[in-house]
Design a protein. Structure first.
Length: 222
């Protein structure tokens, strides 16, 4: 008859077996540095950045435009009707931050659109100069994007500084301005001015066919 094992001996044997068991493998480690979200290949760029990048693909080029909307129909001589309209994408030293786009109207080279990246989106300003380079009384007006917009279209409601400028200079119709720009790279670019009362002005530029570069805009140098 087999003699039963004493409980104390059984406990000692279990402890000994546990101590002699092989240790589990160490947890896997890695020295890889997490990739910041902004550098992930699958992360889509912000609409403001995508819009600037699309326009920047045409840096150094100029394009002819045509008026596609001008409502209500002007009752007095219009500064744009019947004129050669040309946009020129320049000022591309840092295209992720700012682009300069002179808008030439016939022999008038006073207008430059200034597009600047802000913390929240894009800012559009209209830089108006005289032929001697001095600033026009109505200059540096525009606004910041109020929504994210898209890579194809950005809208710029008039800002407070511009409202104050328009009121001071008696241009009261402009205090409700909203400007917009649209781009289809290699196809078309659109500049738009709209007001709630029915004002709609649009110039569309043909990006399929570059034209000869216009003169340097007033107030700038080569």
């Amino acid at each position: 008859m087999t003699k039963p094992i004493a409980p104390s001996l059984l406990a000692a044997a279990i402890v000994l077996m546990t101590a002699c068991a092989p240790a589990p493998p160490p947890a896997a480690t890695t020295n890889a540095t997490p990739v910041p979200p902004s550098e992930r290949a699958d992360l889509q760029p912000e609409p403001a950045d995508a819009f600037l990048a699309a326009l920047a693909t045409h840096c150094g080029q100029a394009f002819a435009g045509r008026i596609v909307a001008n409502q209500p129909v002007p009752t007095t001589p219009d500064a744009f009707e019947g004129q050669e309209l040309v946009m020129h994408v320049r000022g591309c030293e840092d295209p992720t931050r700012q682009l300069l786009v002179p808008f030439h109207v016939g022999d008038n080279h006073s207008r430059t659109w200034v597009l600047t990246r802000t913390d929240s989106g894009l800012r559009l300003k209209h830089d108006h100069r005289h032929e001697d380079g001095s600033e026009d009384v109505l200059t540096q007006y525009g606004g910041d994007t109020a929504t994210a917009g898209t890579a194809q279209r950005q809208e710029f409601p008039v800002d407070a500084d511009s409202v104050a400028l328009f009121e001071r200079e008696g241009s009261n119709a402009s205090v409700t301005n909203t400007w917009a720009m649209e781009i289809e790279p290699g196809q078309r670019f659109l500049y738009e001015l709209a007001r709630p009362g029915g004002r709609m002005f649009q110039v569309e530029f043909d990006l399929t066919t570059p034209v000869d570069l216009p003169p340097t805009p007033w107030g700038y140098s080569d």
